[in-house]
Design a protein around this ligand. Structure first.
Ligand SMILES: Cc1ncc(C[n+]2csc(CCOP(=O)(O)OP(=O)(O)O)c2C)c(N)n1
Length: 436
């Protein structure tokens, strides 16, 4: 199965596809009636099939501070919502990316424990469905700006597990040649990936800038980025997304509400119940989805992308899920009440997707086993390649750190198509900013 940027799938990439998918949804119409879309108290559509009713509170026990859960965590996980757009092959491909994402991160954890990693390891365990299905919903020419937990999106865009492994081991074969030990890498020229920025929220104005650049070329491209429940509190998040909203730029923002911002529970981060309510303040459409249901993730990102292509501007999607590990490998997450892990383990996106595929007959036990084995083989081969890659030569230590020899970054789409402004008519320059 291909692991490059998904190509040759015009049926899920054009507006025509939406029409044919709509027919498909008529065939599947029963599911929509069976699971109606709720709205929250502020009118934001909520696509989840279950609305959990619990929150994190605080208590002091024997002079010790701890978090506890209040509410009901006894429910069984619902099935996945039927996708309105995905066919069998696409669904299996997303499942494969999720497996690759999971097994790659398990390998990173092992490499870390074997002290083969330089620095920390940041994992997106439990969030694979959100990273992979959202990246999969875009067209080839669209852009993504992943954060550290979105390594699955890098795989969907054509990076290989070996690339991520070599990054963490700071090997010369890594995309940054061993200059960055972690997932801070992208590919501006070919894969259209802006590298993660550690200062939380700063990627959002960058992606808004990419969308503006494309606008100046007369193109409406989707620019997808993700932010955590903690990171969405920052100023640049507001500044960047507000700018995108005002200019109707093609930014799709997925707020990954995984309940914890390092050791701060979301209930201590924000006073509102749904972060998707922020969409109202920005003046853009918002939606709440179950981040562990890849069908919901795909469908809402796909619809947001269609809005972008029609020039209708940004969408804010809140994906609710759980960070299943500490902030990074050094953090045991001892502050997280145990019941949370039990509850969300039952909602593991990969297990739910597997169950869905088997129930639909799109995979049978044997084909599923073969798929899992093929993913494991790929991971094992990549791990060998990554381990065999040498460290960079010491004599090259000062290369590729700063812009070597004043390298110019060439325009990807050519220069901006704007009217030339005569010096004495500088006031007309404002036309450039308002070009739509
Ligand atoms: C502007 C800024 N402030 C603080 C930090 C330090 N920091 C790194 S990750 C993190 C927690 C992020 O939580 P969240 O956005 O919810 O993402 P998650 O780790 O849960 O995926 C913090 C506070 C930072 N990187 N940038």
């Amino acid at each position: 199965m291909k692991k490059t940027i998904p190509k040759g799938k015009p049926e899920r990439r054009s507006v025509g596809a939406a029409k044919s998918a709509a027919k498909h949804s008529t065939r599947n119409g029963a599911s929509r009636e069976k699971y109606p879309i709720r709205t929250n108290a502020h009118g934001i559509p909520d696509y989840r099939l279950e609305i959990p009713n619990f929150r994190t509170t605080e208590e002091w026990v024997d002079g010790q501070f701890r978090y506890k859960v209040e509410g009901d965590l006894s429910g069984e996980p619902p099935p996945l919502r039927e996708s309105k757009y995905l066919n069998k092959e696409q669904t299996i491909e997303i499942y494969r990316y999720m497996l690759l994402n999971r097994k790659m991160e398990q390998t990173l954890e092992n490499l870390f424990k074997q002290q083969k990693v330089v620095g920390g390891v940041y994992l997106g365990l439990g969030q694979e469905g959100c990273s992979c299905a959202s990246a999969y919903a875009l067209r080839e020419g669209d852009w993504i700006g992943p954060m550290i937990r979105n390594q699955g999106a890098l795989l969907v865009r054509g990076f290989k597990p070996r690339d991520v492994m070599m990054q963490y081991m700071a090997k010369s074969g890594a995309p940054t040649g061993g200059r960055d030990a972690g997932s801070h890498f992208g590919d501006i020229q070919k894969r259209h990936i802006a590298a993660p920025i550690s200062m939380l929220g700063d990627l959002i104005p960058v992606l808004a800038g990419v969308a503006l650049g494309a606008r100046l070329q007369g193109k409406n491209i989707a620019c997808l980025t993700w932010i955590g429940d903690g990171g969405q509190s920052t100023g640049p998040t507001y500044e960047g997304f507000n700018f995108a909203a005002v200019q109707k730029l093609g930014v799709i923002l997925i707020v990954e509400n995984n309940l914890w911002a390092y050791s701060t529970p979301v209930d201590r981060q924000v006073a509102c119940r749904d972060l998707a309510d922020r969409a109202i303040g920005y003046g853009v459409p918002g939606a709440i989805i179950d981040g562990t249901d890849p069908n919901q993730v795909y469908d809402l990102t796909y619809e947001a992308a269609q809005r972008v292509y029609r020039g209708e501007g940004p969408t804010l999607i809140e994906a609710k899920m759980m960070r299943m590990r500490g902030h990074a490998m050094h953090d045991a997450a001892a502050y997280v009440p145990k019941q949370y892990f039990e509850y969300w383990t039952k909602r593991d996106p990969i297990a739910r997707m597997e169950k869905y595929l088997l129930a639909k007959g799109w995979l049978i036990e044997r084909s599923n086993r073969e798929l899992i084995e093929s993913v494991q083989r790929e991971i094992d081969e990549d791990r060998e390649i990554a381990e065999a890659s040498p460290y960079p030569e010491g004599s090259t230590a000062d290369e590729r750190v700063f812009c070597d020899n004043g390298v110019e970054i060439p325009f990807l789409y050519g220069g901006p198509k704007v009217k030339k402004v005569e010096k004495e008519k500088l006031a007309a320059a404002s036309d450039v900013a308002h070009l739509r």
